[in-house]
Design a binder for this molecule. Structure first.
Ligand SMILES: Cc1ncc(COP(=O)(O)O)c(C=O)c1O
Length: 369
C-alpha cells in the first residue's frame, strides 16, 4: 500500500476563496482588471504598514520590478545574502546588475550586517535583504549602512508575511519590500507577488513598469516595461486569505512551539532561531542536523520519506549553485554553507494537526544514531 505523504507545505483554502473566484467568473472579470486587485493591494500593504501595494504575477517578478523601479541596471552591484532561494540572485541578474554576496549570521541565518560594508564598491546601488524562512534580518544596522552610503534597501520578504522586526512588520522597513504568494506561502494566491512601499515615486514607477509602461496616452511608451500583472482571479483568493492572515501566522507559531518542545532535548538538533527582537513566522519550520545526531541531513530526509513525511533540504547557497559557481569561485561563506548542508524543512503548512506534528517529531527522534 502506498503511504499518503504529509506534504511539506500545503495551502489552506476555504469557502470564501471559492466564492470570490466564482464571483470573478460570474462577472467576467478574470484578467488583470477588477475590484479584487485594488482590494488585495490595499489590504496587504496596509497590513504590512505600507501606503502602496503593486500586485504582480509572482514573487520573482515583484523583486525584479522593485529593482527596475529603483533604476538598478547593467554595471550596478546589489548586495544579497548567499543563503537564499535562487530568485533573489536571479532578479538582480535580470537587471544586468551583479549580485554581490554576503554570509549569514548564525543568530538569524540572515545577512550578517557586519559583513555588508566590506562589500560596498562605487558600483553598489542597493542591498537586498532576505527574511529567510520567516525570520527577520537584523534591519537597523543594514539601514544605517545603506543610509551612510546612499544605497537603496529592498526586502525580499517572500517568506515572511507577518514577521516582525522590533515590533514592526517586515516589508516596509526599507525603500521597497517584495512578497510571494505561491501556494506554499502564508498568504497564497496560487502564484502571485507584491511590491510594497511608502514612496509614492517608487509606487508610480512600479505600476507603470508592471503594465508594459503604458502611459495615459495609449501606445506611447517611454520605458521598457514588463507584463507582471496579477489577475483578478488570483487577487480574489488573496482577499479571502487576508481574512485569515492573523490566524495563519498564529498557527505557524503554535506549530513551531510544539515542534520545539518535542525536539529540544534531542542531541544533534539545532532548533530554528528567534532573536529576542524578532517575531519569526516559521514559514518553513527548519532545523539543523548536527554531526552529533549520528546520521546526516540527507539520510534523515530518506528516513522520513519512508515514513510518509515529505521534507526539503535548506537552500544551497548562491555561490555553490552550478549556474553561479564560476562567478564566485574561491569565495567562502561558511555560515551559509553550514545551513545549506545541515538544514531540513519539516512539514510546516497550516493544515497540519497536533498528531501529525507529534508523529513527525517522533520519526525524527527515532532516526538518531
Ligand atoms: C526568498 C525568496 N525570494 C523569492 C522567491 C520567489 O517567489 P515566487 O516563487 O513567487 O516567484 C521565493 C520563493 O519561494 C523565495 O523563497
Amino acid at each position: 500500500m502506498r503511504l499518503k505523504m504529509i506534504p511539506v507545505c500545503e495551502p489552506k483554502l476555504g469557502k470564501k476563496e471559492l466564492e470570490n473566484v466564482i464571483d470573478c467568473i460570474k462577472t467576467n472579470w478574470i484578467s488583470s482588471k477588477g475590484k479584487y486587485i485594488t482590494e488585495f493591494e490595499e489590504k496587504f500593504s496596509r497590513y504590512c504598514g505600507a501606503k502602496y501595494g503593486i500586485a504582480t504575477c509572482n514573487g520573482t517578478t515583484a523583486l525584479h520590478l522593485a529593482l527596475a523601479s529603483l533604476g538598478v541596471k547593467t554595471g550596478d552591484e546589489v548586495i544579497i545574502p548567499s543563503f537564499t532561494m535562487i530568485a533573489t540572485a536571479n532578479s538582480v541578474t535580470y537587471t544586468g546588475a551583479k549580485p554581490v554576496l554576503v554570509d549569514s549570521e548564525p543568530m538569524t541565518w540572515n545577512m550578517d550586517p557586519i559583513k555588508v560594508e566590506d562589500k560596498i564598491t562605487k558600483r553598489t546601488k542597493a542591498v537586498m535583504v532576505v527574511h529567510a524562512y520567516g525570520h527577520p534580518a537584523d534591519m537597523n544596522p543594514i539601514l544605517e549602512i545603506a543610509e551612510k552610503h546612499d544605497l537603496h534597501v529592498i526586502e525580499d520578504a517572500a517568506e515572511a508575511h507577518g514577521a516582525e522586526y522590533k515590533g514592526k512588520r517586515v516589508g516596509a522597513l526599507g525603500d521597497a519590500g517584495c512578497f510571494s504568494f505561491y501556494a506554499n506561502k502564508i498568504v497564497t494566491t496560487g502564484e502571485g507577488g507584491m511590491v510594497i512601499t511608502n514612496d509614492e515615486k517608487i509606487a508610480e514607477m512600479a505600476r507603470l513598469l508592471r503594465d508594459h509602461a503604458f502611459e495615459p496616452k495609449r501606445f506611447i511608451h517611454r520605458y521598457i516595461g514588463f507584463n507582471y500583472r496579477m489577475t483578478n482571479l488570483q487577487a480574489a483568493i488573496g482577499v479571502a486569505q487576508m481574512e485569515l492572515i492573523d490566524e495563519s501566522v498564529e498557527t505557524r507559531r503554535r506549530n513551531a512551539k510544539l515542534y520545539n518542545s518535542l525536539l529540544k532535548d534531542t542531541v544533534g538538533i539545532t532548533l530554528p532561531p528567534e532573536a529576542p527582537w524578532a517575531k519569526n513566522v516559521y514559514w518553513m519550520y527548519t532545523v539543523l542536523i548536527e554531526d552529533s545526531f549520528g546520521i546526516g541531513r540527507d539520510e534523515l530526509m530518506k528516513h522520513l520519506k519512508e515514513r510518509g513525511i515529505d521534507t526539503r533540504s535548506a537552500f544551497y547557497p548562491i555561490h555553490t549553485q552550478p549556474v553561479y559557481a564560476k562567478r564566485y569561485m574561491g569565495e567562502k561563506y561558511p555560515v551559509a554553507e553550514e545551513i545549506g548542508r545541515k538544514g531540513i524543512n519539516l512539514p510546516s503548512g497550516n493544515t497540519l494537526t497536533k498528531e501529525q506534528i507529534e508523529f513527525i517529531a517522533n520519526a525524527v527522534i527515532s532516526a538518531r544514531k
